[in-house]
Design a binder for this molecule. Structure first.
Ligand SMILES: Cc1cc2nc3c(=O)[nH]c(=O)nc-3n(C[C@H](O)[C@H](O)[C@H](O)COP(=O)(O)OP(=O)(O)OC[C@H]3O[C@@H](n4cnc5c(N)ncnc54)[C@H](O)[C@@H]3O)c2cc1C
Length: 386
């Protein structure tokens, strides 16, 4: 049910549904098995103008609103969440540039990249520090005579195998002094070394290699925003990517229900269809209720964002509940399939594996709860009604 969609958004949803059925569905198992970026899908997506749609038109994007973007992402992800993730990833990776850069930088690091059909990655997490506490990261950007030299290691870099540009969060070191975190737009070069892809449980079509920056040199204008502005840009970026991330996760729940309904309608047990058993009705009815509830949270965070209002708290709540629901829904639906629920010939097996990643990326469920707790405490200390 999409009760609140206007005609334009409904047409967009239908376009995404058709694309997912025609282009993503035939490819989803192959790229999951091969653990690699879904090139074949992207070739068609690029030719049909289905990439970079949620960037401003002046930078070569499609000018979609945040609400339109989440509707599209959820629809694509209901067929394959990881492939949908790869299609939307540029927006998250380039968010620090979109909000923190000047117009020339935006044209150089966003406009040109979109025009040339290339990819960018967001480099926050590191192998030797906590991804939940990015203030403790180790990568450095050291001021040199020619600009900046980036040294360090980033891991779980989404689309990292195909990207030609990296938004790197690093400690800014000037004259030997740490001047706080800053973002840098770092192009691929011989000093940017991409490892083998990670062998993940799910989201396998999203390549997440480790990237080593071995004294990668960039010119001064590759620093985004003022020195030390990286922490604020990072928080803004995490708020933003959680809106699209929650929509991707919702797609897993929709897909699980789409898998379940024909199966329970056909499967006979103890002389009756599964769908006639009250347990099955309660499971599926309960999941659908939660889906509709979480979808409203995702839409609300997208709407707040479109209206230029604070949306970080709403997107944390949406991400937390979407991830926990995806794990629950795929567990319960795979159980309804008996042995088929764990067989790779049935899509629910992949959704179950994909769901497991969702409470980790874009901030773990524990991190969302901590962030929601901080909002609670600050509202309490200001004497605001809860
Ligand atoms: C599919 C996928 C794609 C990803 N893509 C990207 C990407 O493109 N770019 C990128 O930079 N990263 C990416 N990541 C990495 C992801 O953002 C991190 O894994 C995540 O932020 C958690 O960091 P960590 O793994 O270092 O865990 P840690 O921070 O080491 O946490 C370990 C555990 O401790 C818990 N924990 C941490 N702090 C506390 C606390 N104070 N109290 C209680 N519990 C706590 C965490 O919740 C977690 O359960 C991706 C991950 C996945 C799975």
């Amino acid at each position: 049910m999409w009760p609140e969609l206007d005609a334009r958004t409904e047409a967009w949803r239908a376009r995404c549904a058709e694309f997912a059925e025609r282009v993503i569905l035939p490819n989803r198992r192959q790229y999951d098995r091969e653990n690699r970026f879904p090139e074949a899908v992207h070739e068609v997506a690029r030719a049909e103008g289905m990439l970079n749609l949620d960037f401003p038109e002046e930078l070569g994007g499609g000018g979609l609103s945040s609400v339109e973007a989440v509707v599209g992402v959820e629809t694509l992800a209901s067929v394959c969440a990881p492939i949908a993730f790869t299609m939307g990833f540029n927006r998250g990776a380039l968010h620090p540039i979109l909000v923190g850069a000047n117009d020339d930088q935006k044209q150089e690091f966003i406009g040109k990249l979109i025009a040339e059909g290339r990819y960018a990655s967001l480099c926050l997490t590191e192998p030797h520090s906590s991804g939940s506490n990015l203030m403790g990261l180790n990568t450095t950007a050291t001021r040199t005579d020619r600009g900046w030299m980036i040294t360090g290691e980033k891991c779980m870099v989404g689309n990292g195998g195909v990207s030609t540009q990296f938004s790197v969060l690093a400690k800014t070191v000037v004259d030997g002094k740490n001047q706080g975190l800053s973002f840098f737009a770092v192009p691929k070069s011989d000093a940017v070394i991409v490892s083998e892809n990670t062998d993940k449980l799910g989201f396998r079509a999203v390549e997440t290699p480790t990237i080593r920056f071995v004294g990668a040199e960039v010119e001064p204008h590759h620093r985004i925003g003022a020195t030390g502005s990286g922490a604020a840009l990072m928080i803004d970026t995490l708020h933003a990517i959680r809106v699209g991330g929650s929509a991707t996760i919702l797609g897993i729940v929709v897909g699980a229900l789409n898998d379940a309904l024909p199966w329970v309608s056909e499967r006979e047990v103890y002389g009756g269809k599964l769908v006639t058993k009250s347990h099955v009705q309660l499971v599926l009815g309960g999941l659908y209720a939660e889906l509709e509830m979480v979808r409203r949270m995702v839409y609300e965070s997208a709407r707040l964002r479109d209206e230029g209002k604070p949306f970080g708290h709403a997107s944390s709540i949406a991400k937390l509940h979407a991830a926990e629901l995806a794990k629950k829904a795929t567990t319960e639906v795979s159980q309804l399939f008996g042995w088929r629920g764990i067989d790779g010939d049935y899509p629910i097996q992949k959704r179950y594996r994909d769901a497991r990643q969702t409470s980790i990326f874009e901030g773990t469920s524990e991190v969302q709860r901590m962030s929601i707790f901080h909002t609670l405490m600050s509202r309490h200390s200001r004497g605001e009604a809860l």
